[in-house]
Ligand binder design. Structure first.
Ligand code: AMP
Ligand code: ZN
Length: 657
């Protein structure tokens, strides 16, 4: 049994370290390893020299020259919770005979480690970790990393370590490029970095936008360097890009930071899989020494895993507000990052085809932050022939209406716009949402009950509800019924641009809603606008214009609007006469990274309608840089230039949204 387990681990190590094509997630691997460690601890007589626990990593590939490391590059032992972090600290306190110990906390970057050698201030060698004793000579590939200094400030001999990785934004670009060339996309940035650093042709490596962050100095016989933080500062002075690090005086502070980064890891432009904690004092480190496997003066706090393997039980279709048919995978439930995942979005038919996803497939699932989980890839060698290819239906699974794919759109839509219940339901959910009418307390669960009991048919009917109608519903008491009715009544006074957005006109986002408000000032004016007239407006193209005209021509929509009017919902807004309402007159904005609530175009429209300007390149004349997910290099440049940086919330606030 223990031998089978070892074989299994070896096989996965080979897939991971040598082929860069893992079949199981890191967490599942960690679990196998923990199991083996436990078995060996309980039965020490069963330990063999070739056990996976007795070596550090995988075998080096044959194709690169081999490099023997001056100091073995050990693994880090792991902590998965507060208790294990405290255990680590207590071991250190005990061995050191004191509790006055400084720790340095760093990001554990999820790339691959590199050992760099400098002679008399010149870069002479870069090596991979390999099996920890012998690595591969990848000097030329590492040399392609732009942030790496080839010449130091001082003519010193240095050996240091760092992590080679690919930033999230660069990773997306590389995969897009690979798809264009009909090549298989990389599973994650780590694999992309590993694949790139092992390119025999450095020109290919150079195209891959590799980055490196340095985190350890090995030659600490340099004068005046007694601590790790001094070593890092020295490296910064020498021109290296050094990993983020912070000093902590006790383990409570360390735990606090681990918690913080568990929450905030998604904000970083690169992937981290944990936090590394190191003893700061270098002499103390020497004293603490290492076990065969890992140093005693450091530990890695590993985040709860966000990747898992599971099986697709079925693929179902949900119908959205605009009739879009979205395929969703029903999964055998798995725990990811503390929550149970049983669904993953598959986006559209093209995505399913591209990834060759079939019902019954074993798949790798990823959950990033609070984003809907998605399928990273199919584990094809687990197929047994019983998997079924999925076909998009040609009729709507909710109403039976005809399904069509328009032009070069990737999505299929139910064409039964007026009476498809799914579209009506989603339309109501949209109407009450935060950026639309913002009606608190009315969520999907309540809306479903209201629809089921025929209390409402469309969003306008919300205004006809009263407390007595709500009381018989599930999970509604006196108090919450009153609150819901109050919230609905209050929403009658929302600004016009919110109402226009809330109507759910296709292609009319929050930004276009504002632009239309500025030009038309009322729903009745807007409903009379012609295609030509609308196209006169800068921000409105033919597609949006056609969609608006079409919306107001529909009898059903006219009826809904009449109902809203009769209910007393505010339908007009006075002209803005002065610039007071344009707080951002001539302010210059630049965007980087993806925003959550708006597309780039919508965000741009918001700025324009507030009187601001949007440019694509950053300069010292820029007033604000708005930073979303996976920001590019602009983020760093902005801080250098002293440009004010806003996140999405800050942006909303500035625009009074
Ligand atoms: P592990 O492979 O889980 O044993 O962790 C050790 C590896 O973590 C090292 O070989 C590095 O590749 C990586 N690592 C990432 N960031 C750091 C860091 N700040 N300090 C030390 N190792 C790091
Ligand atoms: Zn339908």
């Amino acid at each position: 049994m223990i031998n089978n387990l070892r074989e299994e681990i070896r096989y996965h190590e080979y897939r991971y370290y040598v082929l860069d094509s893992p079949e199981i997630s890191d967490a599942e691997y960690d679990q196998l390893m923990k199991k083996l460690e436990r078995l060996e601890k309980e039965n020490p007589e069963l330990i063999t020299v070739d056990s996976p626990t007795q070596r550090v990593g995988g075998e080096p590939l044959e194709s690169f020259a081999k490099v023997e490391h001056s100091t073995p590059m050990l693994s880090l032992s792991n902590a998965f919770n507060d208790g294990e972090l405290r255990d680590f600290a207590n071991r250190v306190y005990k061995l050191a005979g004191t509790r006055e110990i400084e720790f340095i906390v760093e990001h554990k970057i999820d790339g691959l480690s590199a050992i760099l050698t400098y002679e008399r201030g010149r870069y002479v060698q870069g090596a991979t970790r390999g099996n920890g004793i012998i690595g591969e000579d990848v000097t030329e590939n590492i040399r392609t990393i732009r942030s790496l200094p080839l010449r130091l400030k001082k003519d010193v001999n240095l050996e240091l370590r760092g992590e080679v990785y690919i930033a999230k934004g660069d990773f997306e670009k590389i995969n897009e490029q690979r798809l264009d060339r009909d090549e298989e996309p990389f599973a994650n940035p780590r694999n992309a970095a590993a694949g790139s650093i092992r390119q025999l042709d450095p020109r290919i490596a150079a195209e891959r936008s590799l980055s490196i962050l340095v985190y350890d100095l090995l030659s600490y016989d340099l004068e005046g360097i007694d601590t790790h933080s001094q070593a890092l500062n020295f490296l910064i002075e020498q021109g290296f890009k050094v990993n983020w690090h912070q000093k902590c005086d006790n383990i409570d502070e360390v735990i606090e930071l681990c918690k913080q980064w568990t929450e905030e890891r998604d904000k970083l432009p690169f992937e981290i899989d944990g936090i590394v904690i190191k003893v700061n004092n270098l002499a103390l480190r020497q004293e603490l020494g290492s076990t065969a496997k890992s140093p005693r003066w450091a530990i890695a706090f590993k985040f709860p895993a966000q990747l898992k393997t599971t099986v697709i039980k079925d693929i179902i279709i949900s119908v959205g507000r605009t009739g879009a048919l979205t395929p969703t995978a029903l999964l055998q439930a798995v725990e990811i990052a503390g929550s149970t995942v049983s669904r993953a979005t598959l986006h559209n038919e093209d995505e399913i085809k591209r990834k060759d996803i079939r019902i019954g497939d074993h798949v790798l699932i990823k959950k990033a932050g609070d984003v809907i989980p998605k399928v990273v890839k199919v584990i094809k060698n687990k197929r047994n022939g019983s998997e079924r290819i999925f076909q998009m239906p040609d009729s709507c699974p909710v109403c039976g209406g005809e399904v069509a794919r328009e032009g070069d759109e990737a999505v299929h839509r139910c064409t039964n716009v007026t009476s498809c219940p799914a579209q009506r339901r989603e339309g109501i959910i949209h109407f009450v949402s935060r950026n639309a009418m913002n009606i608190d307390g009315v969520g999907p669960a309540l809306i479903d009950q209201l629809l089921d009991r025929d209390l409402i048919e469309d969003y306008a009917d919300l205004y006809g509800l009263n407390k007595d109608m709500l009381l018989p519903l599930d999970r509604i008491g006196e108090k919450s019924a009153a609150n819901v009715i109050e919230a609905i009544q209050m929403s009658k006074q929302r600004s016009l641009h919110r109402l226009i957005f809330a109507l759910g006109i296709r292609h009319v986002g929050a930004g276009v809603g504002r632009v239309l408000t500025e030009h038309y000032h009322s729903i009745s004016n807007l409903s009379r606008a012609t295609q030509e007239e609308l196209e006169q407006i800068d921000e409105i193209g033919p597609v949006i214009a056609a969609s608006i005209v079409y919306f107001f021509k529909e009898i059903r929509n006219q009826r809904v609007i009449d109902k809203l009017r009769a209910a007393g919902v505010k339908m007009e807004e006075k002209k803005v006469v002065d610039n007071q309402e344009k707080p951002l007159q001539d302010k210059k904005f630049v965007f980087t990274g993806g925003l959550e609530k708006y597309t780039r175009n919508e965000a741009k429209e918001l700025v324009l309608s507030a009187g601001g300007k949007v440019t694509s390149s950053l300069s010292k004349n820029t007033d604000y840089l708005v930073v979303g997910d996976n920001p590019g290099s602009k983020f760093e440049k902005a801080s250098e230039l002293g440009v004010e940086i806003l996140n999405e919330e800050g942006f909303d606030e500035l625009l009074g949204l």
